[in-house]
Ligand binder design. Structure first.
Ligand code: F6R
Length: 599
């Protein structure tokens, strides 16, 4: 998804800062990039299609010393193809803009403007021409920007620079994240924390409807015509955490990290004989009769797992829905329902909109999220943070396992009044064994590396499981397809004979999740049916399975959830090793973006 950076100051080389900042946003996915730097009346602009190296090469002759203002952008195409003309910054006659989001009324606005001025197919370009038209009318750059922003509908984070006010960056935000950072007189902008780490000392997360302008050492912030004072907070994140640390890919680092990170997720929450959430008030849950969970992608798979756990442990009827489906199905929402949204980024457009619908209908809302201060966190009534740290790999790994851990704890938190003591203690004991279950064992990784070479062809994969292992099968299939580009499907094992078994032949790879602690005999007979039809079976279990063509042995765990987490790691590693063998960039798979802030 698109990324934004901006800088005002003289302390550092602006071009270097902008490109480094964009590099920090690379993980979000992009297909073109550009920067614009203004020093007095001198403008330098540079854009390129493809990776940032292309941009760097193109602007290698561009040297900037001394004070200046600069904006940069990585674009993930929505309106118009990924071409240089469509890349940001977009130009007017003397002004330049970068934008994240979608201007929904760009066609109407364009009709008011001179069509001969437009060179791109984007919605963004309308902003810069509108600004210049308003400037002709008011001759005050801030007033012109204020009027421009007031006419825009949709979602946007905007930075605009203009020769009419060459020491200034104008900014505006609506439903798309934008952060201002500062360090003394230097001012920074970015669409997420990563480019600011190690640069800004303190940050302000803009709220929807806020806009204003920044000049050397000063920021003026407005909303609805009223001036406001931004409340900056220290930026405490550590750059180390955002780097690869010796692993081949961020995804690999993040898979290995899970065992430590989960400790953070559990910390202070799992007590000797109960689960507590400091951030939640138990009165918040009073009178709750049902739960609806809503999310997208991997977060949806965590949510679906959570729906089994809620019913089983908290004994509350629970459903889980895909946010983009929920939004338009005209759902019946009852005020005694707890609405839970799950999101790694906290910015996913469909999940955010579903949350807005639930709030509007008067439901109590709870976010399970990895990014504090994200749009979803700010909107929900209550939040439980997953504490996974920055996740850079586009394919979600540690965000997923921490989401499931939070849901498991939440199910116990809501169920602890009803569950018998023995069950509760068994669950708590299992929770405390989570770091061990998520630890990557060297020999297991080696085995999967070797095994991966046998799975590079075929006409497709079926990942099958039952109960909570069904959502895990969905997640295993998603991981594989998003980074290997091989076709994979997750399926409830018991459903195979209702149709998909027709596909069974030696070129159909079945990855069978066979936990010893949950419905082992049932899944075993489902796998036997597939084996009898000559499907190639890769079984993941702690119990050797003689009909398997390949067998991945996990530890003999005493709780199904521990098997679940260990198998999650196996599936992540298997997908990664297959994708690496196929020569793919697993951190930045084609066509994907880390944070999906458009519908
Ligand atoms: C897959 C993946 C996506 C996200 C989905 C929702 O590996 O990462 O499917 O899970 O785009 O994103 P969040 O969790 O940020 O709302």
């Amino acid at each position: 998804m698109c990324g934004i950076v901006g800088y005002i100051g003289s302390q550092r080389e602006i071009k270097g800062f902008l490109i480094d900042g964009l590099r920090e946003l690379e993980y979000r996915g992009y297909d073109s990039a550009g920067i614009a730097i203004l020093q007095g009346s001198q403008l330098q602009i540079c854009k390129a299609v493809g990776k940032l190296e292309n941009l760097e090469k193109k602007c290698s002759s561009l040297v900037v010393h001394g004070f200046g203002v600069g904006i940069g952008h990585t674009r993930w195409a929505t309106h118009g193809k990924p071409t240089e003309l469509n890349a940001h910054p977009h130009m007017g006659e003397f002004s330049y803009v970068v934008h994240n989001g979608i201007i929904e009324n760009f066609k109407e606005l364009k009709e008011e403007l001179d069509p001969s001025k437009f060179v791109s197919q984007t919605d963004t370009e309308v902003i810069v021409h509108l600004f210049e038209r308003e400037l002709e009318r008011t001759s005050d750059p801030f007033q012109a920007f204020e009027r421009t922003v007031s006419k825009l509908r949709g979602s946007f984070a905007i930075l605009l620079i203009t020769k009419a006010a060459p020491d200034t960056i104008f900014f505006g935000k609506e439903s798309s994240p934008l952060i201002i950072g500062r360090d003394g007189e230097e001012i920074f902008f970015a669409s997420s924390d990563a480019p600011l780490i190690g640069n800004a000392q303190e940050v302000y997360y803009l709220e929807d409807g806020e806009y204003g302008y920044a000049q050397k050492g000063s920021i003026r912030l407005f909303r609805g015509g009223e001036e406001r004072v931004p409340t900056f907070q220290p930026l405490t994140l550590n750059k180390e955490l955002a780097q690869k640390g010796g692993y081949r890919f961020f995804m690999e680092k993040e898979i290995y990290e899970q065992s430590d990170v989960i400790g953070e997720t559990l910390m202070g929450r799992v007590k000797e004989n109960r689960v507590e959430f400091e951030e939640l008030d138990s009165r918040f849950f009073q009178g709750i009769e049902s739960i609806r969970i809503c999310a997208c992608g991997t977060s949806y798979h965590a949510g679906l797992t959570g729906s089994y756990l809620m019913e089983r442990l908290a004994q509350i009827p629970t459903t889980c829905e895909i946010a983009s489906e929920f939004r338009y199905k005209e759902p019946l929402l009852r005020p005694d329902t707890l609405f839970i949204v799950i999101s790694q980024s906290g910015e996913t457009a469909d999940t955010l909109e579903a949350l807005k619908m639930a709030k509007k209908a008067g439901l109590r809302t709870l976010a399970i999220c990895n990014v504090d201060n994200s749009s979803i966190v700010r909107l929900a009534d209550a939040t439980v943070l997953t504490r996974a740290g920055i996740e850079k790999g586009v394919a979600s790994t540690k965000a997923f396992t921490t989401q499931v851990a939070v849901l498991w704890m939440l199910a116990l938190y809501l169920g602890q009044g009803r569950l018998d003591q023995e069950t509760l203690l068994r669950e708590i004991d299992a929770l405390l064994h989570l770091p061990g279950a998520l630890k990557v064992r060297g020999e297991l990784h080696e085995r999967l590396k070797r095994l991966s070479k046998r799975y590079l062809h075929g006409h497709g994969f079926f990942f099958i499981g039952r109960d909570i292992f069904y959502p895990l099968a969905l997640e295993g299939a998603l991981k594989l397809k998003e980074i290997s580009y091989l076709h994979a499907e997750g399926y409830p094992a018991g459903e195979m004979k209702h149709g998909p078994i027709a596909l069974a032949d030696p070129e159909l790879f079945t990855i069978a999740l066979m936990p010893r602690n949950l419905l082992y005999e049932k899944i075993k007979s489902n796998v036997e049916e597939l084996s009898a039809r000559d499907a190639t079976i890769c079984a993941i279990s702690s119990i050797p399975f003689e009909l398997a063509d390949d067998f991945v042995k996990i530890e003999k765990q005493k709780h199904a959830m521990l098997e679940y987490f260990e198998m999650a790691v196996v599936l992540q590693l298997l997908a990664m090793e297959i994708a690496i063998r196929l020569g793919n960039d697993v951190d930045m798979p084609r066509n994907l973006a880390k944070s999906v802030t458009v519908e």
